[in-house]
Design a protein around this ligand. Structure first.
Ligand SMILES: [Zn+2]
Length: 288
């Protein structure tokens, strides 16, 4: 039977002796981090969790092809959803709870012997990202090499959203953060695949819809004709106003920000290219 599972390719599908063996060689562990969150009328709540798991899985394979072994942790998916918390399905926990659980799970990985714990996150909420940053800072103070790997589809969005709310860049320095560099192939693919004239793709829009179409087509909502979904919002200003006043659901009653109708399975292939960029950045950081 083909396993349909966010445990596939992770240590959750390994035996303990296999985990002990990998940990004894101090290979890095990739930690997918996301949330359960409403993603419009057409995508599952787990969209970000699938995205983080997919990226880690693809990155692991890319690294293996370069002769670098790593393992993947089970996805961490209880995070913070302040901006879409008014929708049923957006599961949100407090910052303190998130930091405690993320920190303690990563302490386990370090104790077992995984020398680098590389967080790959797929959720742009600024408070969620602040919790990740503070977790990394706390772990570093304990001598644990937790690292934020920022790349691919969420790189620009995480930086932009964080800066808009906290008026500064992600406060991570040195080897606390690994930034992927887009390859020419990624840049070209991204430019050519964005068919929408609306350059505003924040949530359950073209890119995430394309990801689900390409990698998890059976999870697309059956009741919605995606081609009929109109772009939301009309302007960036309308979005910023809705964000700052908490009127997200008034702006987008269906729960997406972007242009899902522009999506297609080919666009979802971008994840492979971006995973290659992330793997290259991890490889150069490990080898330096
Ligand atoms: Zn998402």
């Amino acid at each position: 039977m083909e396993a349909y599972s966010i445990f596939s390719d992770t240590i959750a599908d390994m035996t303990w002796p296999a985990v002990e063996e990998a940990a004894s060689r101090h290979v890095p562990i990739l930690v997918p981090v996301a949330v359960i969150e409403q993603h419009g009328p057409h995508l599952p709540l787990g969209t970000d969790t699938y995205g983080a798991h997919l990226l880690c899985s693809l990155v692991r394979r890319e690294l293996a092809a370069m002769g670098i072994e790593c393992v993947v942790a089970p996805p961490f998916y209880y995070g913070m959803n302040l901006t879409t918390g008014m929708f049923p399905g957006s599961l949100s926990i407090s910052s303190g709870t998130m930091r405690a659980v993320l920190q303690e799970t990563i302490q386990n990985y370090a104790r077992w012997g995984f020398a680098k714990q590389l967080i790959i996150n797929h959720h742009g909420d600024p408070e969620h990202n602040r919790a990740i940053v503070e977790t990394i800072k706390a772990l570093r103070a304990q001598g644990i090499g937790a690292t934020y790997v920022v790349g691919g589809i969420v790189q620009e969005f995480i930086d932009t959203a964080y800066e808009a709310v906290f008026h500064r860049r992600l406060p991570l320095e040195g080897d606390e953060i690994i930034r992927a560099v887009d390859s020419p192939a990624t840049i070209a693919a991204r430019a050519s695949l964005t068919r929408s004239s609306l350059s505003f793709d924040v949530h359950a829009g073209e890119r995430e819809t394309s990801m689900i179409m390409r990698w998890y087509p059976e999870l697309l909502g059956k009741e919605t004709d995606i081609g009929e979904l109109r772009p939301v919002p009309d302007s960036i200003r309308a979005f910023q106003e809705a964000e700052s006043t908490g009127r997200w659901r008034e702006l987008s009653p269906l729960g997406y920000i972007g242009d899902p109708a522009a999506a297609g399975p080919d666009n979802g292939e971008l994840y492979s290219l971006e995973a290659a960029d992330i793997a290259a950045a991890i490889a150069s950081s490990i080898r330096s």
